[in-house]
Design a binder for this molecule. Structure first.
Ligand code: SF4
Length: 903
């Protein structure tokens, strides 16, 4: 049985902070966690100054980690068929049911769907069980949705899944091209490192290539708002232009690459001139040429790409179009140069290393390569190694729906929300014969379909390692005791494997698993495979616990390589990189009349994935409190929508009801909606249900950035909001969303039918009606205006405001009243008007999460105090002076305040 206590602080001193790693994005920042009042007291989180990813910085999400570690909503005991059980019962049930399905239908009748949230050790054991012993390669990961196109592109170009760069390259480059990446919001600490470098070297330039004007554009010299899906055209055009204008590195192309003639031929064919590129991409020719000249004239160029490139039905080709330009100019393997794919998840890279994708084997080996299969089979001492690639994510759930996959084990992910065409995924889950879900959260949209629920450890309890986007392996260390019956994922999988009768799963600790993983990476490697951490294979338990962040490869203890391909040799048979001929393909077209807009999906600054963690944090939930769809003013006007109204967004696959944000940052014809909201946080805001499940033919990565949609006004009869200290089920509303604020829940509401008696229904709805409470109410005979407030012992307990239109009083002043122990008479008097007493002002939506500074406060200060820089704002209001994540928004507010007339 695994230990049920924390592994303790890394220093061995219980009073010292624990060094661990942020569990959110692929930057992989080091954090220091301390609990001055002991377990059960508060958790203090600071950036680790010694970690090479962040050098002490944290973004808003990392800074708020302490608000996410409570046990609310945790799954703490195993359940089988709706009944709580013990671990023996649950593990036996998984082993017996999966074993029976395999006996009856063969190994491909079962599958695992895992996650970039797993630690490398968890991932390794799951992959070993499925591919090595069950004998199927039906294990895929939610990282398929994030960066599998980048993996496929790297493998085509380099013969290996090798990220060439390190983070320092972003500081050493003279030109950073951000394409398909809103780095300022999605990888904020890297963006801050770039801004800091630019401060030191003001000549450093950023170019942003993105259909939207995002926060990342604010520090950019050039923004190219290209037409959605045309990145392949832009970079194919760059390739041809660079060559035709004499900017190729002829020696590098000749000695270090192959495939030049065909690549150039196709690039010239599809992009014969700058004007052709400009027309196809919907850009001014002068801007295209300016970008091409900047790339040509700058020796140190990094092209950083992310989901905007990868999440496409031609994502692999787009990746290769980018890599081709770097190979053509020899801008790879040198400081400040290279095509740099940034991963979304904290351990997407660790998953790649252990073979978490269904078409890979462990240790960056290929399942399609018989020599690799033989080698891994010998290392694992198995004769049942999977013989061919398994199903990729979208196809895997199709196979579940079709009944070909009958047993599915989902670990640490929520595909009922996050996969494209997620309504179809739900149907598949409903009819799965045996669905096992291991997660730390009790209620997720996926968990509710599970026959067997297994409680896993959460961040703060887990112990193992992760690899970030620059190949840096860091320890995630436990600082909290193991709660209830929760267990580490590696242990759960190993116990099932043992019960299924498989040898080789007798691990005593994550260190045991890590040593085996490291040994396999070096097993008969001889420098032929990029991933080699055999230098870490002999770490004893203490050395593993103390392991400092280290970039792979590590072929000898203490060895590390920051930047790959410095010698110009690649992992292809002859050592030359492949220039890959690219045929730019636009996304599939749909009837423009039925679906006139293109939906792009992505993230907001302060939420992560399906909000199972960030939704717990009031600090993070204050930034964007509601699911939304952003539209250009022209598109909104076309369908009669105004900012703040509700809209139904409809695609071939599903629909969602979202708040409208009218924004000039959107291009005409394009909508944007964040991916985070699910059935736990909103009535009908699962954006995954809208998304086109078309996939890249090589990588299997779905097209999250380009779904044809139409947008219509959502005709509510009434609108409202509810602020309450109790979490509740909003029974009155057909539209609702909720956000956690400090000490309360914030619900936005709307309905298609008004109740007969608002006063009675509102009192019914609010919990604790038996409590002796003071009610204040205002309503009229139309039943479409109702305002009620409940006060208990002089303290505000709930406010509900209903009206016939969406223009309701501001929420933030009312939210602030919940912090008061007793309402002042003037506040009581104004309560139902929802507006502050004279002299007080509504702060507006939170911009700076760290110091709770709202947009209205900032705008007023900018105007009244004539603040012109984020630094001046910081001096006046502290906003932007802690994590810095809001600095791009502060810049935007300064510009907006200067442009707009004062109020
Ligand atoms: Fe965590 Fe933010 Fe660092 Fe990403 S950038 S690892 S979310 S602190």
């Amino acid at each position: 049985m695994v230990s049920t206590t924390s592994s303790g602080p890394s220093t061995g001193d219980p009073s010292s902070p624990v060094r661990t790693t942020c569990p959110y994005c692929g930057v992989g920042c080091g954090v220091l966690v301390s609990m001055p009042d002991g377990p059960g007291g508060g958790v203090e989180v600071h950036g680790d100054r010694e970690h090479p990813a962040n050098f002490g910085r944290l973004c808003s999400k990392g800074t708020a980690l302490g608000e996410t570690v409570d046990l609310d909503g945790r799954l703490l005991q195993p359940w089988v068929d709706g009944r709580q059980t013990d671990w023996d019962g649950a593990l036996d049930a998984v082993a017996q049911r999966f074993g029976a399905l395999i006996d009856a239908h063969g190994p491909d009748a079962v599958a695992f769907y895992v996650s970039g949230q797993l630690l490398t050790e968890d991932y390794y054991v799951a992959n070993k069980l499925m591919k090595g012993f069950i004998g199927s390669a039906n294990i895929d990961t939610n990282s398929r949705l994030c960066m599998s196109s980048a993996v496929a592109a790297y493998k085509r170009a380099f013969g290996s899944d090798t990220v060439p760069n390190c983070y320092e390259d972003l500081e050493q480059a003279d030109l950073v091209v951000l394409t398909g990446s809103n780095l300022a919001w999605c990888h904020p600490v890297l963006y801050q490192r770039m801004l800091a470098a630019k401060k030191q070297r003001p000549d450093m330039r950023f170019v942003v290539i993105d259909p939207r004007r995002t926060s990342s554009c604010d520090g950019a010299a050039l923004h190219l708002p290209l037409r959605s899906g045309t990145d392949g055209v832009l970079f194919s055009g760059l390739f041809a232009w660079l060559y035709d204008n004499g900017h190729a590195d002829a020696a590098f192309v000749e000695h270090n690459t192959q495939g030049f003639d065909e690549t150039l031929g196709l690039a010239r064919f599809y992009t014969p001139s700058v004007h052709s590129v400009a027309e196809q991409c919907g850009l001014p020719a002068a801007d295209v040429e300016a970008f091409y000249r900047a790339f040509a004239d700058t020796a140190r160029v990094v092209t950083l790409f992310s989901q905007g490139i990868n999440q496409s039905s031609s994502g692999t080709d787009k990746g290769n179009a980018i890599i081709n330009c770097h190979l053509l100019t020899g801008r790879i393997g040198k400081p400040g140069s290279g095509p740099f794919s940034i991963t979304g998840q904290p351990n997407a890279m660790g998953g790649r290393e252990v073979g978490g994708l269904s078409n890979q084997l462990a240790a960056h080996m290929e399942i399609a390569d018989p020599a690799h299969r033989e080698l891994v089979g010998r290392f694992w001492q198995t004769t049942t190694l999977a013989a061919e690639p398994g199903l990729k994510a979208v196809d895997l759930f199709r196979a579940v729906e079709a009944g070909r996959v009958k047993g599915l084990w989902i670990m640490a992910t929520n595909p009922a929300v996050s996969l494209p065409d997620s309504n179809r995924v739900r149907r598949a889950l409903e009819q799965c014969e045996c669905l096992v879900v291991s997660d730390c959260v009790a209620e997720t949209d996926t968990m509710k379909h599970a026959h067997i629920r297994l409680p896993a450890l959460a961040w703060g309890e887990k112990d193992g390692s992760v690899t970030n986007s620059e190949r840096c392996i860091s320890r995630q260390r436990a600082f909290l005791p193991v709660p209830g019956g929760a267990r580490p994922d590696w242990w759960i999988v190993a116990e099932v494997a043992k019960r299924m009768g498989y040898p080789g799963f007798d691990y005593a600790s994550p260190a045991d698993v890590f040593r085996e993983h490291a040994r396999l990476s070096g097993f008969e490697n001889r420098g032929e495979r990029d991933f080699d951490i055999s230098g870490l294979a002999t770490l004893d338990d203490d050395a593993y616990d103390r392991l400092q962040p280290v970039q792979w490869p590590v072929v000898a203890p203490g060895g590390t390589v920051a930047r790959m391909f410095e010698n110009g040799r690649f992992f292809t048979a002859n050592g030359r990189a492949n220039l890959v001929p690219v045929t730019p393909r636009p996304p599939a077209r749909y009837p423009a009349q039925a679906y006139p807009l293109v939906l792009n999906t992505g993230r907001v600054r302060d939420h992560w994935h399906t909000m199972t963690r960030t939704g717990k944090s009031p600090r993070l939930s204050g930034h964007v409190t509601e699911p939304f769809v952003a539209l250009h003013p022209h598109d909104a006007a076309e369908v009669g929508l105004r900012d703040g109204e509700l809209a139904t967004v409809i695609s071939t696959w599903g629909e969602a009801v979202l708040r409208v944000q009218v924004s000039n940052a959107q291009p005409v014809g394009a909508a944007f909606a964040p991916m985070h909201w699910n059935d736990q946080f909103a009535a009908c805001a699962r954006v995954g249900s809208l998304v086109n499940p078309a996939c890249d033919p090589l990588s299997g990565q779905p097209e999250f950035k380009h779904t044809p949609v139409r947008v219509l006004p959502y005709r509510a009869v009434w609108y409202g909001f509810l602020l309450t200290r109790c979490e509740l089920e909003p029974q009155l509303a057909t539209y609702w969303s909720k956000a956690r604020r400090y000490g309360l829940w914030h619900y936005e509401l709307a309905g298609e039918v008004a109740p007969d008696n608002w006063a009675a229904r509102a009192r019914d709805q609010l919990c604790g009606t038996a409590v002796d409470a003071e009610w204040r109410e205002l309503y009229d005979s139309t039943q479409l205006n109702y305002r009620g407030a409940r006060i208990i012992d002089g303290r505000l307990d709930a406010v509900i405001i209903i009206g016939p239109g969406y223009n309701l009083p501001p929420r933030d002043w009312l939210v602030a009243l919940f912090k008061k122990q007793r309402l002042e008479p003037t506040e009581r008097a104004r309560l139902l008007r929802g507006t502050p007493p004279r002299g007080e002002r509504d702060a507006g939506a939170i911009v700076c999460s760290c110091f709770s500074v709202g947009a209205n406060t900032l705008t007023r200060a900018i105007r009244e105090q004539r603040l012109q820089t984020p630094e001046e704002i910081g001096a006046a209001l502290r906003a932007g002076t802690n994590c810095g994540s809001c600095v791009p928004e502060l810049r935007r507010l300064i510009v907006d305040a200067m442009e707009a007339p004062g109020d």
